[in-house]
Write a protein that binds this ligand. Structure first.
Ligand code: ASP
Length: 317
């Protein structure tokens, strides 16, 4: 089927405190652009939005730099528990897994659950599903994340979150930050989907539930889609993704909805970021944190927010 509209794509690799090195920025940019290029070409070949966001998520989960899948942060007990969700805006359907262990790509479980009557599964249920689907057991641990955790344990877990991306420098200085991943796509048929995946905020107590597999962190309708990152509790308190999407669905422009929602979040001293697309093809991003690691394809060129620091709460194109 011929494409009816110009596909659009935006992805993120987390938000938080500044990256330590210029090398860190270049490496993250490279990682993000590789994913944008591949997923955007998939959209150009006619892939639907859900397929595209799952592919983007898988690639970001497989990149050890980001806090999702391989390279996930460790929780306070030294274990990895991951959460992921998928929302197909066109059919208005949310699915996800919460605190799943020992799988390579949590987003694949969320994708499977789109067609299930029970659409959000937590730890034990998610493990049962993985077993049923014969998903191979996988250890997502990386040496850097282990070192980060060992250091935090020595410091008695005083950081509020783990590093925004796995940078060797972070291990030495143990700077707080965060690094979930998310993908929002508008396909060539005008349909939207969004997917988000995380290892959590790092060093959290057992059983803590991330925003990433809730509509506060990942939400879409036919009109808009949003993926969030940052402190999950702050995202839940703002109900950020759903709030922005509902504002657009009720008639606000995407830029207005982002501006209003980020002004509120800022007023409430939240620490978070988000990426967004609407059905007209508008692309937007926002943050109250120091950095947002996002990259996009607007149909003509790729761009990113890695060095975005103009004092504004949102940006758009
Ligand atoms: N939002 C995620 C969480 O709190 C963390 C992140 O965005 O990096 O679990």
């Amino acid at each position: 089927m011929a494409l009816q509209v110009q596909p659009k794509l935006i992805i993120h690799g987390g938000a938080g405190s500044s990256l330590h090195s210029k090398g860190g920025i270049q490496a993250v940019r490279q990682s993000l652009y590789t994913v944008v290029e591949e997923v955007y070409s998939l959209l150009l070949t006619g892939a639907n939005a859900s397929t595209a966001v799952v592919k983007g998520c898988q690639m970001l989960e497989d990149d050890p730099r980001f806090n999702a899948g391989t390279g996930s942060v460790l929780q306070s007990d030294g274990q990895i528990r991951m959460s992921a969700s998928l929302m197909d805006g066109n059919i208005g359907r949310f699915s996800g897994v919460i605190n799943v262990s020992r799988v390579k790509n949590p987003i694949e479980l969320a994708q499977f659950l789109q067609a299930s009557p029970d659409r959000v599964l937590s730890d034990y249920g998610a493990a049962e599903l993985a077993r049923e689907l014969q998903v191979p057991s996988y250890n997502a641990l990386t040496e850097l994340r282990l070192q980060e955790w060992i250091q935090e344990r020595q410091d008695n877990f005083k950081s509020t979150m783990a590093g925004v991306v796995a940078e060797p420098e972070l291990v030495e200085t143990s700077n707080a930050g965060r690094g979930t991943i998310g993908v929002v796509a508008l396909d060539g048929y005008g349909k939207l989907a969004v997917a988000t995946s995380t290892g959590g905020k790092g060093f959290e107590r057992i059983g803590r539930v991330s925003d990433s597999a809730t509509p506060a962190g990942n939400y879409a309708t036919k009109q808009a889609g949003v993926s969030c990152t940052g402190i999950g509790e702050d995202i839940l308190d703002e109900c950020l993704a759903a709030k922005i999407v509902v504002r657009v669905t009720d008639g606000m422009s995407l830029a207005e909805a982002m501006q209003r929602s980020f002004a509120e979040a800022n007023q409430n001293q939240r620490d978070l970021g988000a990426i967004a697309l609407d059905a007209t093809g508008a692309i937007s991003w926002g943050k109250t944190s120091q950095v947002l690691l996002a990259a996009y394809h607007n149909g003509t060129t790729m761009g990113d927010t890695l060095e975005w620091n103009d004092g504004e709460l949102i940006g758009y194109c």
